[in-house]
Design a protein around this ligand. Structure first.
Ligand code: 13P
Ligand code: SF4
Length: 324
């Protein structure tokens, strides 16, 4: 049962300072018995107010075990949808319902169903960055932190479709020596990094270590000293002896890196053009103000057809079991 939220709340997003909003959000959290889960690509203010910040696997685990009545998901749609799949009885809020994902969009369910039908003896391993409909067509879900480990657990004679990210798929192939049938999807943010500019940047910062997310293209990954999920990249920076890093993933993560290692320097890897296109336009649709209003109005809410939810739950549970 929800506690009543005051409809005459003194704040309006237009006049409130971030400090007022922080307090108002804390009050709403208590009133709603809510938890705020945030991805590292969210704006710094959202990261600072979140109860938990993590990569897709960490966020799924938190969503699977929370006792809260309301999950406020500061991330993109497929992440909040995963939380809803795991918690059909809970209210799952996404501050901006338009916060989608180019990678998830690159795999339309109808086309993928036909692709799957053309490979009837294949097991389908899908990256969590996909819609509930694609999850429902999959056997096992994975994230960037467990994809290699999950594929290694599948018998060698079992052919596998890997979807939707071709870059992560190629990385898994290289790590496991397995021949995967890849769906040709990709992330608009991680494909924007320029190998040429990265190499130039390394020349200017010879002691900096290049670290990269496996959603990047092979040309970028081959220069990386370390490749991993956002959480893995953060951990690597903290334990490495180096004091300078060139970070080839969405630069939102640099807020946490800088917070946890203030004495180190983090340089965002450059995009091809002079743009801010290494920032995920979907992730950045969420703002602290929208998060506040979502809690006030208990909307926008994630909803799902029960049949799809049940079918999508099975491969997510399999992932959680396989990555204990
Ligand atoms: P992880 O946080 O799981 O590494 O994923 C990165 C990403 O692209 C999320 O959209
Ligand atoms: Fe999707 Fe790429 Fe944005 Fe992640 S960074 S949410 S994969 S578009």
């Amino acid at each position: 049962m929800f506690a009543t939220v005051r409809s005459d709340h003194p704040l309006t997003a237009r006049t409130a300072s971030p400090l007022d909003l922080f307090q108002a959000i804390q009050d709403l959290k208590r009133d709603l018995n809510a938890i705020i889960l945030a991805h590292y690509y969210q704006e710094p203010d959202i990261q600072d107010i979140a109860d938990y910040i993590g990569d897709s696997l960490g966020l799924s685990r938190q969503a699977a075990q929370t006792q809260a009545d309301v999950i406020v998901f500061a991330g993109v749609h497929f992440m909040a949808e995963t939380a809803k799949i795991l918690n059909p009885e809970k209210l799952v809020l996404l501050p901006d319902l338009n916060a989608g994902c180019s990678l998830a969009d690159s795999c339309p369910p109808q086309a993928f169903a036909a692709f799957k039908a053309a490979h009837p003896d294949h097991l389908v391993v899908s990256y969590i960055n996909c819609t509930a409909e694609i999850k429902a067509l999959s056997d096992i879900i994975c994230t960037s932190s467990n994809a290699v480990d999950i594929v290694r657990q599948i018998p060698l004679d079992q052919p596998i479709i890997f979807a939707p990210d071709r870059n992560l798929g190629r990385y898994v192939m290289a790590q496991t020596g397995r021949d995967l049938v890849l769906w040709e999807g990709s992330c608009m943010v991680h494909e924007t990094f320029s190998e040429k500019k990265l190499v130039q940047l390394q020349v200017n910062h010879p002691s900096a270590e290049i670290i990269a997310h496996p959603e990047c293209e092979g040309g970028v990954l081959k220069h990386a000293r370390y490749i991993g999920s956002t959480t893995a990249l953060l951990k690597y920076c903290l334990q490495s002896d180096s004091s300078q890093f060139i970070v080839a993933t969405e630069p939102g993560i640099i807020h946490q890196m800088q917070k946890q290692a203030p004495h180190k320097t983090f340089i965002p890897a450059p995009p091809l053009h002079s743009c801010a296109c290494n920032e995920c336009p979907h992730m950045r649709l969420n703002t602290l103000e929208k998060l506040y209003w979502a809690m006030v109005h208990r909307s926008p809410e994630i909803t799902l057809a029960e049949e799809t939810r049940v079918a999508a739950l099975r491969p997510i549970q399999r992932m959680l079991e396989m990555s204990r």
